[in-house]
Design a binder for this molecule. Sequence first.
Ligand code: NAD
Length: 257
Amino acid sequence: MILPSFRLDGCIAVVTGAGSGMGRAFSIALAHAGADVVITELPGREANACETAEEARAAGHRVLTVPLDVTQTASIHEMVNRVLAEWGRIDILVNNAGVNILQYAVDVTEEAWNFIVDTDLKGLFFCSQAVARHIIQRGGRGKIINIASQVGLVGYEQRPVYCAAKGGVVNLTRVLALEWAPYRINVNAVAPTVVRTPLVEKLLQDKAVLEDTLRRIPLGRVAEVDDITGAVVFLASPASDFVTGHTLVVDGGWTAM
Ligand SMILES: NC(=O)c1ccc[n+]([C@@H]2O[C@H](COP(=O)([O-])OP(=O)(O)OC[C@H]3O[C@@H](n4cnc5c(N)ncnc54)[C@H](O)[C@@H]3O)[C@@H](O)[C@H]2O)c1
């Protein structure tokens, strides 16, 4: 038996929202697995992108930082064109950029709906489309990894729009996997539980919220970013070549209850 490869040497990976939290951790992990990494981040957050880039560079591979607002299709096309101009190809896309606003359904505004859906679902779709068009044009073979959430699989109060968007990501992942399988583009998702990042850090400082969260996680703790990186590296690597349309849940058992 030969151990399948988890290495990404020679691959070019793009990570969205890479200046913070999980996006930063994914970028560094992909670099350590051997990939050249494109750190993309919102214009105005260059300092965050640079911090990620510095850490990723320590792995010894090429790192490029490119501004990207996933809610703007023009920005997506500019990012893809820039990567192709500088490095010539894209093999892996990690659709990580995401936002949330905690609100009960009766309080949700149209503005909040658009902000969350445009980033978490529409942006993810058009990034995938732009990268898939390039991969198809150059003859196929690539990996797209969508960062969904456990709440794309189960309901959670005060997150109606986020749950809808992440549920959309889970099912969109299946459709893209079907459409792009002939081009050997694997499309999968990762559904993390609550992960200690800037997105939820403040929330977790509330003792009642933390207690409620821990009660829902059989493994008895919230996740750290390093709990999630293995799933992304696996789905980016040759070890997952026959996995597509799947959502890999990394939730400490939350959805097993
Ligand atoms: N932290 C959690 O508990 C948790 C759990 C499950 C899923 N997720 C998902 O994981 C992903 C990463 O979240 P995180 O916790 O690291 O959050 P984070 O806030 O630390 O990072 C999100 C990143 O996305 C970037 N971003 C936001 N809007 C953008 C846009 N329009 N274009 C480009 N980039 C944009 C931000 O600048 C930031 O760097 C998100 O998709 C989130 O929904 C988070």
